[in-house]
Ligand binder design. Structure first.
Ligand SMILES: Cc1cc2nc3c(=O)[nH]c(=O)nc-3n(C[C@H](O)[C@H](O)[C@H](O)COP(=O)(O)OP(=O)(O)OC[C@H]3O[C@@H](n4cnc5c(N)ncnc54)[C@H](O)[C@@H]3O)c2cc1C
Length: 354
C-alpha cells in the first residue's frame, strides 16, 4: 500500500491535523496549499520587537476537548485570557463610556501558550517538507475510475483519495469538478457560512500596558463601535503588550490607514493620547482573503449549515472527503472542529487502507 497517496487540499489546522495523523500511520500524502504559508485562518503577526498579535483564531475553552487533547499530546500549554476585574462598557452613543465590574468568570477562555501558530508549527514539524507544496492553487479535480487528477495553476497531481479542507462554499465556488459536484452537497455547501469570513481584527502593540491603571481596563465592550469588543492581548512573561479586538465588518472597504484612524479615535475616548503611543497597528480583513472568503449570493446566518451531516459522508465511491472546521459534528467553525474533523477523516482513511 505504500503507493497510496492521499491529496489533502489546504494546510490550515484541519489539513495539518489530517496530515499529522496520516504521517503517524505511515500513509503517504501530499498537502497542497494555495497561500505561501501554512495555517490558513490561523495567522500570528509580530512587530519588530517580536510582540505577537493573532489576526485569526485565538481562544479556546475547556469544553473543546479535541484541541485540548492535541495540545496536551504536543506538550503545548494554554493560558487564561486576562480580563481584569473591570471593563470599559459603552452602551449608547448618547452616554459616556462607563467602567463596570466584571462578574466572576466560571467559563474562562484560554489562549495557546506561545501563540496559536505554535500549534500549526508543532503539527508541521514532523512532516517532510517535500509533502507540503505551497502556492499550489487547486483549480480542478477529476474523478477517474482509479483515483483523481488534481489540477493547480501549474501542475497536475494524481491521488487515490482526496481530503478537501476548504470552507465548503469556497470549494464549490473556486474548484471545478468532473463529474459535477454531487447534489445535494453542492447546494448545501454553497449555503454554508464560512466562519469568521467577514470579520476584521485590529490590534495595536504598545511599549507598556497603560490600560491596567486603576481607572482603566483593556477589556472593552461597545455597542457604539466601530470596535465592538477588545481585549488585553499581552504576554507578560515575554514583556509583550498589545490590545486586540474586532472592528465592525462593514469597514472592509476603507483603507488600512482609514481603519487605523477610526479605531484610534475610539480608543482616545477611553485612554486619551496614550492610545497614540502605539508601536504598530495590525489588522486582518478576512473578506479580502480570496483563499478564505467568497461572497454569498444571499445573506446567510452565522454558522448556517456548519456541521451539516452531509459533509461527513464520503463522495465519489468513498474516496473524496469533505474536511474543514465547518464540516465537524461538534464545534463546527472553531479550531476544535477543525482538529476533530481532521482526526476523524485520518482515522477513516487509515481504517480503509489497512
Ligand atoms: C478572525 C478570525 C478569528 C477566529 N477566532 C477563533 C477563535 O478565537 N477560536 C476558534 O476556535 N476559532 C476561531 N476562528 C476559526 C478558526 O480559525 C478556524 O476554525 C480554523 O482555523 C479553520 O481551519 P481549517 O483548516 O478548517 O480551515 P482554513 O484555516 O481556512 O484552511 C483552509 C486552507 O485551504 C487553503 N486553500 C484555500 N483555497 C485553496 C485552493 N484552491 N487550493 C489549495 N489550498 C487552498 C487556504 O489557504 C487555507 O490554508 C477564527 C477565524 C478567524 C478568521
Amino acid at each position: 500500500m505504500s503507493s497510496f497517496h492521499v491529496i489533502i487540499i489546504g494546510a490550515g489546522l484541519c489539513g495539518l491535523s489530517t496530515a499529522y495523523r496520516l504521517q503517524q500511520a505511515n500513509i503517504p500524502f501530499l498537502l497542497l496549499e494555495a497561500r505561501d504559508r501554512i495555517g490558513g485562518r490561523i495567522l500570528t503577526v509580530r512587530n519588530e520587537s517580536g510582540t505577537p498579535i493573532e489576526m485569526g483564531a485565538t481562544w479556546l475553552g475547556k469544553k473543546h476537548t479535541a484541541i485540548n487533547a492535541l495540545l496536551k499530546e504536543l506538550k503545548i500549554g494554554i493560558t487564561e485570557q486576562y480580563l481584569g476585574q473591570q471593563a470599559i462598557y459603552e452602551p449608547l452613543s448618547t452616554s459616556p463610556p462607563q467602567l463596570v465590574q466584571l462578574p466572576p468568570n466560571n467559563d474562562p477562555s484560554y489562549r495557546i501558550a506561545g501563540t496559536t501558530t505554535a500549534l500549526i508549527e508543532a503539527l508541521a514539524k514532523p512532516l517532510s517538507p517535500a509533502s507540503i507544496h505551497l502556492q499550489q492553487v487547486v483549480q480542478a479535480i477529476e474523478s477517474k475510475s482509479d483515483g483523481f487528477l488534481v489540477r493547480t495553476q501549474n501542475a497536475v497531481f494524481t491521488g487515490a483519495a482526496i481530503v478537501s479542507t476548504l470552507p465548503p462554499r469556497l470549494l464549490m465556488q473556486t474548484v471545478a469538478c468532473t463529474p459535477a459536484w454531487p447534489e445535494p452537497l453542492q447546494s448545501i455547501a454553497n449555503q454554508t457560512h464560512t466562519w469568521m469570513g467577514e470579520s476584521i481584527k485590529v490590534g495595536f502593540t504598545y511599549p507598556t500596558p497603560f490600560w491596567r491603571a486603576k481607572d482603566l481596563s483593556g477589556t472593552l465592550f461597545s455597542n457604539v463601535g466601530p470596535v465592538g469588543e477588545m481585549y488585553d492581548h499581552s504576554d507578560d512573561d515575554q514583556g509583550y503588550y498589545a490590545l486586540k479586538g474586532f472592528l465592525n465588518g462593514a469597514y472592509h472597504s476603507l483603507t488600512k490607514a482609514e481603519r487605523c484612524q477610526l479605531v484610534l479615535q475610539q480608543l482616545r475616548k477611553y485612554y486619551g493620547e496614550q492610545a497614540d503611543q502605539y508601536t504598530t497597528y495590525e489588522e486582518g480583513v478576512w473578506r479580502q482573503e480570496s483563499y478564505t472568503f467568497t461572497d454569498y449570493d444571499q445573506a446567510l446566518l452565522p454558522h448556517q449549515n456548519n456541521g451539516h451531516a452531509i459533509f461527513r459522508q464520503p463522495f465519489f465511491g468513498g474516496r473524496f472527503w469533505m474536511g474543514g472546521a465547518e464540516t465537524a459534528s461538534e464545534f463546527p467553525g472553531y479550531m476544535d472542529g477543525a482538529v476533530r474533523r481532521g482526526e476523524e477523516i485520518a482515522a477513516a482513511l487509515i481504517a480503509a487502507i489497512f
